[in-house]
Write a protein that binds this ligand. Structure first.
Ligand code: ACO
Length: 319
């Protein structure tokens, strides 16, 4: 039996930091309001010259270094993003060129904040097929480009960044189970409802969200899908060393952990200093805890995402 296993992690945050106080200077909001409702204190914002593929490149190089693989070893690149550099080519192809890799399969996955979970589950299945042996799986976002900076209800929530893992074929798991879900009936709850049409933008190029509905939906499905992934692996909640949820909002994370019956010290939390980085949030959080020596080889991880679509999913894995 072929399994897939995370062999290395990496991440990148653009240097510019935006603190809650920076919003309070130009919008009717406050550090206290943002912290209390979201747990966020600051987020990173990409330079104008930086696209998702640039952030992805830095994160990927670090993940490849950690996994001790070189360009020739990578035979699959999947980038999860909702803020691609262009309509096409894919950000994965642009990343491939920036890394100096040629010939391997490369494509993007669009599942918004569940993107990394979708990408990891997809790469796992490619590796289990026996046709691929070493995948680069990346979440990279510049959400700052799709925010209405005058809408205090959304612009304070998001940040930019990228995280990456190298996933290798292994004789031992690795990834035990993955569950992916979607329900397009909820498309209107969180969207950027615009497109490029004959040289014009049709609709809106800005993120729109019904915040309180998103909140309730996210807590419900993160609980359900986490349990489903554990059952699929023949595991229970006691077999989780770390819950790594999509970093949307500390109150969503707290409520999800409570529902799952996990104590706060088992929940990876980076939303306070990263904000919500959509598809990048899980690999960013994973890499931070790995490099801090908190997540160690052999630890059992439950990764969970929820986002626009609506999409949601979970992966249960031994690190
Ligand atoms: N500062 C001050 N006041 C604000 C701000 C702000 N930044 N944003 C909204 N308000 C105001 C509203 O205008 C409203 O004022 P009103 O009563 O005069 O109309 C009041 O605060 C309450 O607004 P609500 O939207 O009801 O506030 P709520 O308590 O629901 O908090 C929040 C809003 C934080 C967005 C919450 O709904 C939430 O956390 N939702 C989850 C959404 C989320 O995390 N999305 C991330 C993307 S989705 C994902 O990643 C899965």
């Amino acid at each position: 039996m072929i399994y897939s296993r995370i062999a290395g992690t990496g991440s990148y945050l653009p240097p510019k930091v935006m603190k809650n106080e920076d919003f309070a200077k130009r919008l009717e909001t406050s550090d206290a309001w943002i912290r209390e409702r979201t747990g966020i204190a600051q987020r990173h914002i990409a330079e104008e010259s930086q696209a998702s593929s640039d952030l992805a490149m830095h994160a990927s190089r670090l993940a490849m270094q950690a996994a001790q693989v070189n360009e020739a070893d990578i035979d699959l690149i999947i980038v999860a993003t909702s803020t691609p550099d262009f309509v096409f080519p894919s950000t994965a192809c642009l990343l491939q060129a920036k890394l100096g890799i040629t010939g391997c399969a490369a494509f993007d996955i669009q599942a918004v904040c569940t993107g990394f979970v979708y990408a990891l589950a997809t790469a796992d299945k490619f590796i289990k097929s026996g046709q691929h042996k070493c995948a680069l799986v990346v979440g990279a976002e510049v959400f700052s480009r799709i925010l209405d900076w005058n809408d205090r209800g959304t612009c304070v929530l998001f940040g930019d960044g990228a995280g990456a893992v190298v996933l290798r074929a292994s004789e031992t798991p690795g990834i035990h189970s993955s569950v992916l879900r979607a329900d397009g009936r909820h498309a209107g709850m969180l969207s950027v409802p615009g497109n490029v049409n004959r040289g014009q933008i049709t609709g809106s190029p800005f993120l729109q969200m019904i915040g309180n509905q998103v909140f309730k939906f996210a807590v419900k499905v993160l609980d359900e899908v986490g349990r489903e992934a554990l059952v699929a692996a023949g595991a229970g909640i006691g077999d989780v060393d770390w819950l790594i949820p999509h970093q949307a909002n500390s109150r969503i994370l707290d409520a999800t952990a409570r529902k799952l019956g996990l104590p706060p010290e088992k929940v990876v939390m980076t939303v306070d200093h990263h904000g919500n980085t959509s598809a990048a949030s899980i690999p960013l959080a994973l890499d931070e805890y790995v490099r801090a020596g908190k997540i160690l080889a052999g630890h059992r991880l439950l990764l969970e995402g929820v986002g626009g679509g609506f999409t949601w999913g979970a992966v249960y894995a031994t690190f």
